[in-house]
Design a protein around this ligand. Sequence first.
Ligand code: FE2
Length: 298
Amino acid sequence: MPVSLPFTPDLSVKPEVVAFFDEPTNTISYIVRDPASTSCAVVDSVMDIDYAAGRITYDGADRIIAHIREKGWTLEWLIETHVHADHLSAAPYIQSKLGGKLGIGENIVVVQDTFGKVFNEGTEFERDGSQFDRLFRDGDSYAIGTMTAHVMHTPGHTPACMTHVIGDAAFVGDTLFMPDGGTARADFPGGDARTLYRSIQRILALPDEMRLFMCHDYGPNDRNIEWETTVGEEKRNNIHVGHGASEDEFVKMREARDATLSMPRLILPSLQVNMRAGRLPPADKDGKVFLKVPVNTL
Ligand SMILES: [Fe+2]
């Protein structure tokens, strides 16, 4: 089945990409800068949490903020590729220091509905995506300085997953991992292995030279952490979808593997915060903030 892209990639635009690795969650955050201006975007930032102590800090986000300030760049966008289940977003914190608009896929409303129920949220938790400044649809575009960023709906890991293609760089979120890491799991509520395979085919339909930037890397087989590859490299070598692996083969492999995986350590705090665009739940009448642990629900 031929795969069609909702836009024409422009490889002549080559954004500067600065990566920040968060060791506790194996997440890579990015600053993407327009080489023709000072404009930039931040993709998938991380808030630090000591879950056992219930303590939240912003060391990682502060490093990103310091880099942007040192360079004199202007933050125009804070992008979430999806609602992360393994780390908390620092996007509102960074936005409060540097400005910019916060964007995520329009299917955030599906995720909000699902987890609004899981966490038994009241009516004060709005399930319309209004916590974000922009809800992206497949084929949407937005500007980072003189660059045009294109948004592609790539669900399967979650319903709201989006790949952002900016010049010759694509930020794939949790779809593909590095070639030796394979692909993201597809067993969270709203996830689906067959849908993930089809989304990945769209990413692999981008030009072979397109740079791909991962949201996670776990350094399989003791190699150093890496986060950048290309479409061509993934097509040739990805252990799950390379060598032209078929949809049925992939679904069988992915579902068997997912059945062996335990829940991410930070899934409960992550979802409660990230479904609110990275904000903590509202404080109680004494000004205290609590996160919930639903028992035997996930
Ligand atoms: Fe994820």
